[in-house]
Ligand binder design. Sequence first.
Ligand SMILES: [Mg+2]
Length: 273
Amino acid sequence: MPSSLTPIDQLPNALGSMSEFVARIGDRKPAVFLDYDGVLTPIIDRPEDATISEGMRTVVRDLASRCSVCVVSGRDLQMVQLLMGVHDLAVAGSHGFDIWTPDQGEIEHPRSDDFEEIIGEVTDRLTEEIGTVEGVLIEPKRASVGVHYRLVSVEDRPRVAAAVEQVVTEGPDRLRITPGKMVYEVLPNVEWNKGSAVLYLLEVLGLDRPDVVPIFLGDDVTDEYAFSAIADRGIGIFVGRATDPEVGGRPTSATFVLASPGEVQAFLDSFAR
Ligand SMILES: [Mg+2]
């Protein structure tokens, strides 16, 4: 369903519009889906250091005791659990390919086994091509390979981009690239994104019901798929500032905005009460 796009700087702030937000939910049950990086933790130079703060962890736990909460990340499931220090919360890793819930345990995506071999090949090829470029971080995950270039010098970045492009071109029907914040995600070429992930989660978590309002919080370009997938029945909250050069004046399918993980924490805290 096409959703309307609004420039990010014209969205109402969710913290400042709490009564409007609550009115939208009405007497339905909220199901809160949270992206991890940039939403529950600030974006930092070394993605492996993005641990959650004590305060945020407490707020997310409190919320999860009151309504359905699921963390949806491009990262590996185990990595999200490790960084959050939480092992009793529903988490969808690898863009929803790998799901774990306290009630149902592991819910594996029906196609994730096919990917293991491709991920190994792509990781080897990229390590061979650009593994020695200073600052490059190649992160093989369950269903994608992340190539982080935030720490790569401006002169070397085109080389990284070219190598990623080359590897994808070698297997045009098998792979695709999703750009993120200073990262290229090389993914198997199947119709799957954060939007399909959230719809799939609603289904497997038993939340695909008219009395449930999905709420999705995300900060990145890839999160637009989720905002748009739930736009007809849920609420998208974009996390970030229009003044951020990586955000700019981009239009979004989200309905509200929160400026930072700090505001997310304050919002979730007041929402959990
Ligand atoms: Mg993010």
